[in-house]
Design a protein around this ligand. Structure first.
Ligand SMILES: [Cu+2]
Length: 233
């Protein structure tokens, strides 16, 4: 259902969509049932000529059953949702699969800087590739990102991955993703971070393996001065 509105491009996007759909259905059924009953009673017991209002205390066992029954049913639904949410949380946020590539994502007012390993596959070496507002990744590879902020709280959001992670100044937060198809998609800061928040957008370019290798080779040459600068040369 959600996929018809926005593509699901990470390995865990469908799991999150499933959870959101589950919550929407369960909460939706209760909402419709409660509202339908509410309006039914409003109309059925409206003020009418010759009818006196009745005070109902609700403490007769027969009436109490009408209160306790739905409450227990709601609790069962809550348990169902909590178990589903914890399973998804643990799978995505706690159990990080081993990384094929580690990248740095740095947020600042109002731009994104991405530092990727160059041809040597290692970060913090002279051939690191630095890009601004454009993140290049390879399809099918597991990426760990190390998210930092240089100033205020930002939020690294990649809607097609169903990925959203706050960037907190002074902390390095590690998360992961694995793209399952190629294409170019939006990255957006999802935390009001100042007057330029609305333009703090970037894009993610998901390449096939040969495209990505070609991009890395091309970028390593283009980025040499930046990389050398970073390495203090
Ligand atoms: Cu921001």
């Amino acid at each position: 259902m959600i996929e018809s509105l926005i593509p699901a491009v990470s390995s865990y996007a469908r799991e999150i969509d499933h959870l959101i759909t589950e919550v929407a259905i369960i909460v939706g059924v209760w909402l419709v049932a409660a509202e339908a009953l509410f309006f039914y009673f409003i109309i059925k017991y409206r003020a009418r000529e010759g009818h006196r209002a009745d005070y109902i205390s609700g403490d007769e066992p027969r009436m109490r059953r009408w209160l306790v029954g739905p409450v227990l049913l709601v609790l069962v639904c809550d348990l169902f949702l909590i178990v589903g949410a914890l399973k998804t949380w643990s799978h995505i946020k706690i159990d990080l699969p081993p990384a094929d590539v580690v990248v740095k994502v740095i947020a600042q007012q109002w731009a994104w800087t991405f530092i990727l390993p160059g041809a040597d596959g290692k970060l913090d070496t002279a051939d690191d590739i630095v890009t601004v507002d454009e993140l290049h990744v390879e399809v099918g590879k597991t990426y760990h990102f190390q998210l930092e902020s240089r100033d205020v709280v930002h939020c690294f959001s990649v809607p097609v991955f169903r990925l959203k992670q706050d960037a907190i100044p002074g902390r390095t937060i590690t998360g992961w993703f694995r793209a399952i198809s190629t294409g170019t998609y939006d990255i957006q800061c999802a935390e009001i971070c100042g007057i330029g928040h609305g333009v703090m957008a970037a894009r993610i370019v998901i390449d096939s393996a040969p495209q990505h290798a070609a991009w890395i080779n091309g970028s390593s040459i283009r980025n040499m001065p930046t990389a050398m600068l970073q390495a203090g040369q």
